[in-house]
Structures are given as structure tokens and as C-alpha cells.
Design a protein around this ligand. Sequence first.
Ligand SMILES: CC(C)(COP(=O)(O)OP(=O)(O)OC[C@H]1O[C@@H](n2cnc3c(N)ncnc32)[C@H](O)[C@@H]1OP(=O)(O)O)[C@@H](O)C(=O)NCCC(=O)NCCS
Length: 227
Amino acid sequence: MPARPVQARRTVRRDRSDGRAALTQLAIKVLAMPETPDVSLRPRADDDLDILFEIAADMDTWEERNPEPPGPLTRDQFIARMARRAESEASGDSVSFVVDVDGAAVGGTSLFNFDMFARHAEAGINLAPSARGRGIGTAAIALLVEFGFARRNLRRIHLQAIASNAAAIRAYEKAGFLVEGRQRQHAWVRGAYEDIVLMGILRPERVGHDSPDSRSTTAPAQRGRPR
Ligand SMILES: CC(C)(COP(=O)(O)OP(=O)(O)OC[C@H]1O[C@@H](n2cnc3c(N)ncnc32)[C@H](O)[C@@H]1OP(=O)(O)O)[C@@H](O)C(=O)NCCC(=O)NCCS
């Protein structure tokens, strides 16, 4: 398992002149500190199937998660999909993780469409509604990126998001992805055409790794990440 890049940091500043002032300062810091969940990636277990089915069958975010047209997903269809995914994983075409917070599955994330000639793959992530907006997606995608580069020796990871999916695009940007292009009106989403935003990250651009190990072809104006 790759190292966890996201951890709550507690900064205790000691005020030598006034102990009470220091305590107040600490209390304010701790109260103001956003709670960062302990996110890890792990293999899927039988116990995870209920929550993974719930996410997969969720109609509200169907278009964000699937290129296929929306429709009801039965448990049997979901199990068949899991079996196909297991075959794909066994043949090395993809790798899937459960996103775990404090021992409970809250979503899934994967690398797929591997091209080990050009050493790139596509990434995807889906969280349960209750897990969204708490920094979990950002942490999980950073872990997946680290796995792809450090453990699978990829040099590029790419993905796509519907242009209105602000949380996804922001989470990917925070993990070091750059916007590389835009497919105009490429998706039909709940009654309107939407652009698809294409994003990618090269190995030297991953967050927390400053030493480049290959030359980026990114335009100079777009450099400067990771943030
Ligand atoms: C997309 C997804 C993985 C993002 O993960 P998340 O845990 O919800 O996102 P985070 O909490 O890490 O937030 C990432 C950033 O997006 C912002 N954000 C979160 N929800 C947002 C919203 N609804 N609108 C705008 N910005 C939002 C956060 O504020 C944060 O930015 P900041 O740190 O600069 O403030 C998750 O929301 C999800 O699974 N959604 C449904 C399925 C999906 O869309 N998958 C992605 C397909 S491309």
C-alpha cells in the first residue's frame, strides 16, 4: 500500500510568556482545523458489495460515473459487472481499489485502459454521497496516482470529467492533474449537452515529488503545479 499523503497536522506553538494564551491559541487552531479523514486504498471484500452496489446504481450521478446511457442497474447486473472487472484485473488491464475510511468502504477508485508501451492509464473514482465533500476524494485520487507511478511504473495518468462536475475537477487539480483539453458538447447530461474536460498528470508533476524523472512536454505557461 502506498504511503498516505494526507494526514491531519497538529501544530502546537508554545507561548513562553503566557501559558493561557498558548492554550487558547491551540484551541482555536484545533477547532479551525478541518477534520481530515484517514483514507486508504485496499482490495475489495465481500462485505463491501452493498455500498459499492448502492454507488453503482445511484441515478443522481450516473452520467458523472458512466459513459453508458442511464438505466436501472439490478444486483445481478452489478455482480456480472464485478465479475467482468475481476477478469480484467486478472489479465492486467485494470486495477481497482476500495476507498476505505476508518475501516469502512466509502467508494471505489481504479486505473484502467493500461498502455504499457507508452506507460499510461486512465483513472476513475466514485464515492458514496455521504463521503463526498470531506477531502476523501482528493486523498484517494492522490493515493491512486502514487500507486500508478510508484508501483505500476506509469509515466502518465489521464481522466475525463463532465465540465459541471466542479468537485471532481477541483479534486483532480489538487492531486496535481492539469486540464489538457475540452471536448465541446461531448456528453448528454440530464437534458443538456455538456463539455468533457480532459485532464492528465505526468510522473514529475505528482504532489510532493519535486525531482523530475522525465521531460514534460507541457507548455511552460501551464507548469507550476503541483499546488
Ligand atoms: C468527484 C468526487 C470523487 C470528489 O471527491 P470529494 O471527496 O467529494 O471531493 P473533496 O472533498 O476532496 O473536494 C475537492 C475539492 O472540490 C471542492 N468541492 C467539493 N464538493 C464540491 C461541489 N459540490 N461543488 C464545488 N466544489 C466542490 C472542495 O471544496 C475541494 O476544493 P477545496 O479544497 O479547494 O475547497 C466525489 O464527489 C464523487 O465521488 N462524486 C460522484 C461521482 C463522480 O462525480 N465521480 C468522478 C467522475 S469524473
